[in-house]
Design a protein around this ligand. Structure first.
Ligand SMILES: NC(=O)c1ccc[n+]([C@@H]2O[C@H](COP(=O)([O-])OP(=O)(O)OC[C@H]3O[C@@H](n4cnc5c(N)ncnc54)[C@H](OP(=O)(O)O)[C@@H]3O)[C@@H](O)[C@H]2O)c1
Length: 188
């Protein structure tokens, strides 16, 4: 499974969960974070400051889209036929609109927005889908159990008090967070 931006809030968890499920994981990050993503379990690590991942990695059968820009299109170059490309960053597709009970106009708009990437995916015989994460008690309980058993660990970059929630969001927006950024609701 290819999980780009392995050092981010999504990547640090996704690498560990994918490894827990038995996947081989490839990721990208910049030089200072290479060691950390290896420690989290990534098998193939591309330092994106040094190399283009699409020139190094190949044979993947799943991609988690986490990098804006042309990251998804490039990721399609490293997948095998029959693979799944699940994007967290869009574009949303018509199937997503249907799942969410949206009307025909929204299905049409999302269909248009995703037309290009779906076409590119089809050319690689891959399936594209958009995912917008929803809190799910059962999934969170299962992840909580893995954390309690120390089979996965949270990577926490910074903890902000609630009064500094705005600064926390601004920090997240820099795109440089190393793991999760936490806003503490109650001061200890
Ligand atoms: N659809 C959904 O439900 C959903 C849910 C959560 C998040 N998202 C989206 O998913 C994306 C990722 O979220 P996140 O929380 O993981 O973001 P994040 O924590 O802000 O990501 C920061 C990390 O990205 C790395 N990075 C930045 N540019 C990179 C590049 N070109 N190649 C490789 N790594 C790069 C940085 O590493 P370096 O400092 O080493 O560059 C940093 O560690 C965001 O766009 C977010 O909005 C969507």
């Amino acid at each position: 499974m290819f999980i780009p931006a392995g050092s981010g809030g999504i990547g640090t968890f996704a690498i560990q969960l994918a490894k827990h499920l038995g996947a081989t994981v490839g990721t990208t990050t910049s030089t200072p974070n290479v060691r950390m993503v290896r420690e989290l379990g990534a098998d193939e690590v591309v330092d994106y400051k040094e190399q283009q991942f699409e020139q190094v990695l190949h044979g993947y059968d799943a991609v988690l889209g986490t990098i804006k820009g042309d990251g998804l299109e490039k990721a399609l170059r490293i997948v095998k036929p029959g693979s799944a490309v699940v994007s967290l960053i869009g574009p949303p597709d018509a199937a997503f609109a249907r799942q969410r009970g949206m009307n025909a106009l929204m299905r049409f708009i999302f269909g248009m927005l995703s037309r290009k990437i779906i076409g590119l995916a089809k050319r690689r015989q891959a399936r594209y889908s958009f995912l917008f994460v929803r809190p799910d008690g059962r999934q969170l309980a299962a992840i909580g159990e893995l954390l309690a058993q120390a089979r996965i660990r949270p990577v926490i970059d910074r903890v902000f008090p609630f009064a500094q929630a705005k600064q926390a969001l601004a920090y997240l927006e820099t795109g440089r967070a190393k793991g999760k950024v936490v806003v503490r609701l109650v001061d200890e």
